[in-house]
Design a protein around this ligand. Structure first.
Ligand SMILES: Cc1cc2nc3c(=O)[nH]c(=O)nc-3n(C[C@H](O)[C@H](O)[C@H](O)COP(=O)(O)OP(=O)(O)OC[C@H]3O[C@@H](n4cnc5c(N)ncnc54)[C@H](O)[C@@H]3O)c2cc1C
Length: 382
C-alpha cells in the first residue's frame, strides 16, 4: 500500500495555502486530494474577493487574529509575486441613527483588536471620495482591498507543485480509518475504482464537506458542534458600471446573518452588489431573480441612483457555517484532534468569511498544529 507523510483534503484556497506553507518547511511527501477536476471550483471562487481588515470579530477569536495577520501576509505576497490586488479601502455607511450606532461599535471593536487605521469621515470628505453615496455617518477602513482570487490560487498551486507536492484531481476521499499509528484513506478515482493509501497526517480542508470528513474518521459532528450549515449568498452585477462613480468598497453595517449587501468594485472595473445570506438545505448556485427588488431597495439606501434595470444576475456562493440561523458568533475550528485520539488529524471546519483573507495565517497555524518532526522520524509509517 502506498505510504505518504501528509494528505490535504480539498484544493480550495485553504488547502492550497496549507500545501504552499507545508512544502516550504521540512515536510516531505505531501499529496492534495481534490474531488473536482481542478483547484478552487467551490466556495473559493464564489465570494466577494475582498481582503478584510479584521474589524468585526471578537478580540482573540481566530477570525480576528487570522484576518488581521492574514491581510498583512496577503498584501505582502501579492506585492512580491505580482498577484493582482488593490488596497482600495472601504466605506462603512450608515443611513440612520441606529446604524450609526453600529459603526461606533465596530470602531470600538477594531481598536480592541488592535486595528487603529479606521476613522470617521466628515460629510464633505465623503462627498469628495464618493459623490454618488448618501450617508449620515461613514467609517473609513483604508486597509480593506480586493484581490483576484483565481490568480492567488494559481500562484499557491504552482508554487506547491514546484516544491514537489502531488495533486490528485477528480479523486474523492470516501473513508478514513485510524489504525495503530497511521491513517488508512480510501478514495474513489474518476472511473469509480477505489484505492487506499496510508498517511501519518490528515489536514481536513474540505470546506462544505469538512464535517463529513471529520465523521469519516469517527468523530461525532453533533457532539463536537462541527455540523456545517449552508448559508447561500447571491450577487447581482451592475450592467453599466460607468453610470456610477464608485471608487471604494461600500458596506452597510453587518446584520446578524452576514456583512450586509454591499457594493464591490472588481479589478476589471465592474461592480457587483451582494451577497445576501439565506440558509439552504441543498447546494445550488442558481440566482433567484425575484430577489432583485430586495437587493435594489437595500442598496438604494446608500446609492439612491440604483434602479432594478441596472442589475443582472451574477454568481452565488455557499458559506460553510458553524453558526445556525439562531446561534451567536461561532469561530473557525483549526484543531489537531490528538486529544480525541486522532493525532495529526487537523480539522479546519467552518471556514466561512473571512477565510480568503485569512488563508495564509490559517496555513501558518496548521503548520504549528502538525507535529512535523514526528512524521519525519517515521511516526507516519507505522
Ligand atoms: C458569498 C461568499 C462571500 C465571501 N466573501 C469573502 C470575502 O470577500 N473575503 C473573504 O476573506 N472571505 C470571503 N468568503 C469566505 C471564503 O470564500 C471562504 O472562507 C474560503 O473560500 C474557504 O476556502 P476552502 O478552501 O475552505 O473551501 P472550498 O473552496 O470550498 O474548498 C474545499 C474543497 O474541498 C473539496 N472536497 C470536499 N470534500 C472532498 C472529498 N471528500 N474528497 C476530495 N475533495 C473534497 C471540494 O471539492 C473543494 O474544492 C466568502 C464566502 C462566500 C460563500
Amino acid at each position: 500500500m502506498q505510504e505518504i507523510d501528509i494528505v490535504i483534503i480539498g484544493a480550495g484556497v485553504i488547502g492550497l495555502a496549507v500545501s504552499h506553507y507545508l512544502s516550504s518547511g521540512s515536510a516531505k511527501d505531501i499529496v492534495v486530494v481534490e474531488k473536482n477536476s481542478s483547484f478552487g471550483q467551490e466556495t473559493s471562487s464564489r465570494n466577494s474577493e475582498v481582503i478584510h481588515a479584521g474589524i468585526y470579530y471578537p478580540r482573540d477569536s481566530l477570525k480576528a487574529k487570522t484576518s488581521i495577520r492574514g491581510k498583512h501576509l496577503l498584501y505582502e505576497l501579492c506585492s512580491e509575486c505580482g498577484i493582482p490586488h488593490k488596497r482600495i479601502g472601504k466605506l462603512l455607511v450608515a443611513s440612520d441613527n441606529e446604524s450609526a450606532g453600529k459603526l461606533e461599535t465596530i470602531y470600538g471593536n477594531a481598536l480592541e483588536c488592535g486595528v487603529k487605521s479606521l476613522r470617521f469621515l466628515e460629510k464633505e470628505e465623503t462627498r469628495e471620495l464618493e459623490p454618488d453615496i448618501k450617508a449620515e455617518s461613514v467609517l473609513f477602513s483604508p486597509d480593506s482591498g480586493i484581490i483576484d482570487s483565481h490568480s492567488l490560487m494559481k500562484f499557491l498551486y504552482q508554487s506547491a507543485k514546484q516544491r514537489k507536492v502531488d495533486f490528485a484531481f477528480s479523486v474523492e476521499v470516501i473513508g478514513i480509518n485510524r489504525n495503530k499509528d497511521f491513517y488508512e484513506v480510501a478514495a474513489r478515482e474518476p472511473g469509480g475504482d477505489i484505492f487506499s493509501f496510508r498517511t501519518g497526517a490528515v489536514v481536513n480542508c474540505a470546506g462544505l464537506n469538512s464535517d463529513g470528513i471529520a465523521e469519516m474518521v469517527g468523530m461525532d459532528a453533533e457532539k463536537h458542534r462541527y455540523r456545517i450549515h449552508y448559508c447561500k449568498g447571491q450577487y447581482f452585477r451592475i450592467s453599466d458600471p460607468g453610470r456610477f462613480s464608485i471608487n471604494h468598497l461600500i458596506y452597510p453595517p453587518p446584520t446578524e446573518l452576514g456583512l450586509g449587501i454591499h457594493i464591490t468594485p472588481d479589478l476589471a472595473g465592474g461592480l457587483r452588489v451582494g451577497p445576501d445570506a439565506k440558509y439552504v438545505a441543498e447546494i445550488d448556485y442558481d440566482i433567484d431573480e425575484k430577489d432583485k427588488e430586495i437587493f435594489c431597495d437595500s442598496v438604494r439606501k446608500f446609492l439612491p441612483g440604483l434602479r432594478q434595470e441596472d442589475m443582472i444576475p451574477d454568481t452565488a456562493g455557499i458559506r460553510p457555517r458553524l453558526k445556525g440561523e439562531r446561534d451567536g458568533f461561532r469561530d473557525f475550528i483549526i484543531r489537531n484532534e490528538s486529544e480525541q485520539g486522532f493525532p495529526n488529524f487537523v480539522n479546519l471546519i467552518g471556514i466561512d468569511s473571512p477565510g480568503l483573507t485569512s488563508c495564509l495565517a490559517i496555513a501558518e497555524l496548521v503548520v504549528k498544529e502538525l507535529r512535523i518532526s514526528q512524521l519525519n522520524n517515521g511516526g507516519g509509517h507505522g
